[in-house]
Write a protein that binds this ligand. Structure first.
Ligand code: 5AD
Ligand code: SF4
Ligand code: FES
Length: 369
C-alpha cells in the first residue's frame, strides 16, 4: 500500500463505522506495509481502550489431556501421531492447578484437551466442573475448549458450571477446511458450524477462531474468516499463526508457506481488524504468537487483544502438549509464568484484571439488544 498517513486513518475510520465492512479495505490491511501496520495496530488499541478498558484478563490454562480421537492434518497431537506420550493429568492435579489459578486471583480458568466424546470423558469433565465451582466458592469463571460435542453434552457441561466455550472453525472456507481435515463424518464442516450454533443456543459465551498462514490459504480466505466471525456475532476469538509440525500430514507443504515472520505480522493485523469491526468482543493473545516472536503476546495486547491464557498445567506434562513446534514455557512451572507475565503486561500499558471474570462485553450487549 503506497498511502499517506491521512489516507490510512480515513480507511480505518471507514471500516470502524461501516455497517458492512468493505472487503477490499480489509484485504489491503491484512498484509500491510510497515507504516500501515503501525497505524492499524494503534487504531485497534484505541478502539479496545474506548470500548472496553485497559484491563487484560487472565485465564489459567490447563491442557489436561493430549489424548485425541481426531486426525486434523495440522495438529501435533492428532490420534495418528505415534510419537506422542499420551497423558491424562489426574483430577487431583487439575484441581491443584485450578486452586493455584484461584490463589493467584486469575479470575478464570480454561480447560482444554484433545477431543473425545466417550461417556467416561463426558462424565469426568462434568464432575470436574462441579468440583471446580465448589473448591473456588463459585468464584472462578470457567471456559472449556473440548471440541465438538452433541447438544446434550454441551448443555450438561453448561449446567455444571462452564459458561464460555472455545471452538475454532479453523477456516471458514469449506474447501480449505477439507484440505486440512480428513473428509469424513468425524471431521465434518457442517457439524462444526452446527456445534457453534448449539453453543450459542444453550447460552454459552461462544468463541471461535482460525489459523493464519495455512497452506493453500489466501488473503481472501482470511477476509472471509473475519466477516464470518462478525456475521456469526461471536463473543470471543482466539486466532493464531499456523506453525508447521513435522509429525503431521501438512508438513510436506512447508515449502509453500509464507515465512513465519509474515504469518506473525498477518496474525497481528487480523487481530486489529477484528477489534475494529467487533469492538466489544474478547480477543485472546494466542500462545502460538510467542512461538514465533519472544514478545509476540505483548504485541498482540497492544494491537487489540485483551485476554491472555497463562499455562497452569503442571510442568511435567507440558512437553507433551505440542500442537506445534517451539511452544513457549514448556520448561516452566506455573509459578514462573506469573511474575513474568505481570511484568510483560505492565509493558503494554495495560493492567491485569485480577479477580475478575472478564466476560465478553459483546455477549451481554447482544443479549440485552
Ligand atoms: N499451528 C497452530 N495452531 C494449531 N492448532 C493445532 N495445531 C496447530 C498448529 N500446527 C490450534 C488449532 C486448535 C487449537 C487448540 O490449536 O486451531 O483449535
Ligand atoms: Fe485433536 Fe484438536 Fe488436535 Fe484436532 S486440533 S487433532 S481435535 S487436539
Ligand atoms: Fe511463561 Fe514467561 S510467560 S515464563
Amino acid at each position: 500500500m503506497t498511502t499517506t498517513i491521512d489516507h490510512i486513518t480515513k480507511q480505518l475510520d471507514r471500516l470502524y463505522n461501516a455497517q458492512a465492512p468493505e472487503t477490499g479495505i480489509i484485504k489491503n490491511f491484512i498484509k500491510a506495509e510497515t507504516e500501515a501496520n503501525t497505524q492499524l495496530r494503534s487504531y485497534a488499541n484505541n478502539v479496545k481502550q474506548n470500548h472496553l478498558d485497559n484491563y487484560v484478563y487472565f485465564r489459567g490454562l490447563t491442557e489436561f489431556s493430549n489424548k485425541c480421537s481426531k486426525n486434523c492434518y495440522y495438529c501435533g497431537i492428532r490420534a495418528g501421531n505415534k510419537n506422542v506420550d499420551r497423558y491424562d493429568v489426574t483430577d487431583e492435579d487439575i484441581l491443584d492447578a485450578v486452586r493455584f489459578a484461584h490463589e493467584q486471583n486469575y479470575g478464570s480458568v480454561v480447560l482444554q484437551a484433545g477431543e473425545r466424546s466417550d461417556k467416561h470423558f463426558v462424565e469426568r469433565v462434568d464432575k470436574l466442573l462441579r468440583k471446580i465451582k465448589q473448591i473456588t466458592n463459585d468464584e472462578i469463571g470457567i471456559t472449556i475448549s473440548l471440541g465438538e460435542q452433541n447438544y446434550e453434552t454441551f448443555k450438561r457441561w453448561f449446567e455444571s458450571g462452564a459458561h464460555r466455550y472455545l471452538l475454532r472453525i479453523e477456516s471458514s472456507n469449506k474447501i480449505l477446511y477439507y484440505k486440512i481435515h480428513p473428509k469424513n463424518e468425524k471431521h465434518s464442516y457442517e457439524h462444526r458450524i452446527q456445534a457453534l450454533y448449539d453453543l450459542k443456543d444453550i447460552g454459552y459465551q461462544t468463541g471461535t477462531g482460525v489459523m493464519i498462514g495455512l497452506p493453500f490459504q489466501t488473503r481472501k480466505d482470511l477476509v472471509e474468516d473475519l466477516l464470518f466471525m462478525r456475521r456469526f456475532d461471536i463473543d470471543m476469538v482466539g486466532m493464531g499463526p499456523y506453525i508447521e509440525h513435522q509429525d503431521t500430514p501438512l508438513y510436506k507443504y512447508r515449502n509453500q508457506l509464507l515465512p513465519q515472520q509474515d504469518r506473525f505480522e498477518m496474525t497481528l493485523n487480523m487481530i486489529s481488524l477484528l477489534r475494529i469491526i467487533m469492538p466489544d468482543i474478547n480477543i485472546a493473545s494466542a500462545t502460538a504468537l510467542q512461538a514465533l516472536d519472544p514478545m509476540g503476546r505483548e504485541k498482540a495486547l497492544k494491537a487489540g487483544a485483551n485476554v491472555i491464557m497463562p499455562n497452569v498445567t503442571p510442568g511435567m506434562y507440558r512437553n507433551s502438549y505440542k500442537l506445534y513446534e517451539n511452544k513457549p514455557c514448556t520448561d516452566e512451572e506455573a509459578a514462573d509464568c506469573v511474575s513474568c507475565l505481570e511484568m510483560r503486561i505492565g509493558l503494554t500499558g495495560n493492567q491485569v484484571g485480577y479477580g475478575k471474570w472478564g466476560d465478553s462485553r459483546h455477549y451481554h450487549n447482544r443479549r440485552g439488544r
